[in-house]
Design a protein around this ligand. Structure first.
Ligand SMILES: Nc1nc2c(ncn2[C@@H]2O[C@H](COP(=O)(O)OP(=O)(O)OP(=O)(O)O)[C@@H](O)[C@H]2O)c(=O)[nH]1
Ligand SMILES: [Mg+2]
Length: 485
């Protein structure tokens, strides 16, 4: 350092102050002691010029370094943005960075030449989590946060354990294909994907290839397709055709639903008395009836067939209601006649109180809704049910009225089975137009991953018979039912 006596003007001093900021400039100054000590005016002027030039050069170099190193910053940051954008994800690993940052980075990225962006991705800045570093030859990579099959609570696998000798059964026309496909998908998703039970399809005509192709693709078990013989789908010889036709015309005028339909009557009679005798059904002991366009709202994580077998149940239901009186005016007369003729088939501990409010004199029209049924085929093929059906069939009410298979099955079960052989599947959440059964109790619905609205539950509606069923069985309504109305 020079002392103030040395020949530096104000300007020079000022320059020296600037010069102090650069060690390089200081070194240059120290390398020129000769000029300063010589005292020559010319020499001292040219030294000053030289010094200015050197300073100017040094200043240019410094400015260049500063500007080139700061231009690296946006490139680096932009590459990070590009990386994140390439992953299609700027989420949790960058939590707190905010949307604004992401969007400004994207703008800079767009301005970058492709080559430089790739280079930065490959350089993998330490601040970027490892999982966002895409391999250079791929434009995607696995998500390490995704549940593994072993940990996902939605994962399903085939259920271990024994299977019952059981099948699903559906009566359908080819035109029912898309409606039954919806039902199959629901049954498979909620239950059968884990159990793989067979499915028998029955039709009064041949199933076409499309029906078979689509339904067999949707089912996890084996599928079988059967044509119903004319002896089970048509008018029996003892039916008076004119009388039957007259009834249909009257019902059409009264606008009774399906009142004028011949095929609906064949269907009801077939479901009442014959489906369990079809050659394809003879291979099984248990059936689960599935109709088109139903919904299952909750998972069924256990095997209801096995439940039925283990608990000695023979018939089950989900929804119950009152039958449309005009369709069955003389059904109870026929039933009474059957009971008088075959008292041996009437169970001791039966559910007459479910069917009649006056000890059996009259029918209250309560029935289990048979579009859902899980039941014993052995029971339906047994002597009691056979005598019952034959007796009713002879009376002709399937054609002279419009008896439905629901009251026919229900009356049989209520009279010929002890009470404890009938089961209400409260946990099977089900819909068939227009009624819904949604289980009572939030925890039950959460556990079952249910998607029904509890307010849609039909059970405690005045038109349902389920409360009566519970009373007859000495049971009360599920806890909390009143909070879910
Ligand atoms: N093969 C065949 N199946 C039928 C016929 N009529 C009805 N079915 C089937 O029999 C079952 C009951 O018929 P649906 O039409 O559902 O009768 P429903 O349940 O009383 O009335 P919906 O409210 O219309 O469902 C369904 O599985 C139908 O696919 C028919 O003429 N031929
Ligand atoms: Mg139906």
């Amino acid at each position: 350092m020079r002392t103030p006596s040395q020949p530096f003007g104000e300007k020079e001093y000022a320059l020296r102050e600037d010069e102090d900021s650069s060690s390089l400039a200081r070194d240059i100054e120290r390398d020129e002691p000769t000029y300063a000590r010589s005292g020559s005016g010319i020499m001292s002027g040219s030294t000053r010029y030289l010094r200015y030039i050197v300073f100017a050069f040094v200043a240019l170099v410094v400015i260049f370094f500063i500007s080139s190193s700061s231009s690296q910053v946006p490139g680096h940051e932009a590459a990070k943005g590009m990386l994140a954008k390439g992953q299609g994800w700027t989420g949790s690993a960058h939590a707190g960075t905010g949307e604004k940052v992401g969007s400004s980075l994207e703008k800079e990225t767009d301005a970058l030449p492709l080559g430089s962006a790739h280079q930065t991705v490959d350089s993998k800045p330490a601040a970027v989590p490892a999982h966002t570093q895409a391999p250079s030859k791929q434009d995607t990579s696995p998500n390490p946060y995704a549940s593994s099959p072993a940990t996902s609570h939605l994962t399903s696998s085939t259920n271990a354990g024994p299977r019952m000798n059981a099948t699903f059964v559906t009566l359908a026309r080819n035109s029912d294909l898309w409606e039954i496909s919806r039902s199959i998908r629901q049954v498979e998703d909620r239950f059968n994907h884990a159990f793989n039970y067979d499915w028998v399809f029955l039709n009064d005509a041949e199933f076409d290839d499309t029906f078979k192709k689509v339904t067999s693709a949707l089912t996890s078990g084996k599928t079988f397709y059967g044509k119903i013989g004319s002896e089970h789908w048509g008018f029996p010889s003892w039916i008076d055709q004119d009388r039957a036709k007259k009834v249909r015309n009257e019902m059409r005028e009264k606008k009774i639903i399906y009142g004028d339909s011949v095929s609906y009557r064949h269907m009801c009679r077939y479901e009442s008395g014959f489906f369990f005798h079809h050659p394809l059904m003879l291979n099984y002991e248990w059936y689960w009836r599935v109709e088109p366009s139903i919904e299952l709202y909750c998972d069924i994580p256990y095997d209801p067939f096995k439940f039925m077998a283990d608990n000695k149940k023979k018939y089950s239901f989900v929804l119950s209601l009152y039958e449309y009186v005009e369709t069955i005016p003389t059904l109870w007369d026929s039933v009474t006649k059957f009971m008088a003729k075959h008292p041996e088939h009437v169970a001791k501990d039966n559910s007459m109180a479910f069917l009649s409010n006056d000890g059996g004199k009259t029918y209250n029209h309560c029935h289990f809704w048979s579009n859902f049924e899980i039941g014993s085929l052995l029971w339906l093929r047994g002597q009691g049910y056979t005598d019952y059906f034959n007796s009713l069939d002879r009376d002709g009410g399937f054609f002279y009225e419009r008896w439905g298979d629901a009251p026919v099955h229900s009356i049989a079960a209520a009279l010929m089975l002890p009470k404890d052989e009938i089961h209400w599947f409260e946990d099977i959440a089900y819909y068939h137009v227009p009624f819904t059964h949604c289980p009572t109790g939030e925890q039950k619905r959460i556990d079952g991953k249910c998607h029904c609205n509890p307010k849609d539950n039909f059970d405690w509606n005045g038109y349902s018979c389920t409360e009566k069923y519970l009373q007859v069985n000495g049971r009360s309504k599920p806890e909390g039912w009143e909070k879910e109305q």
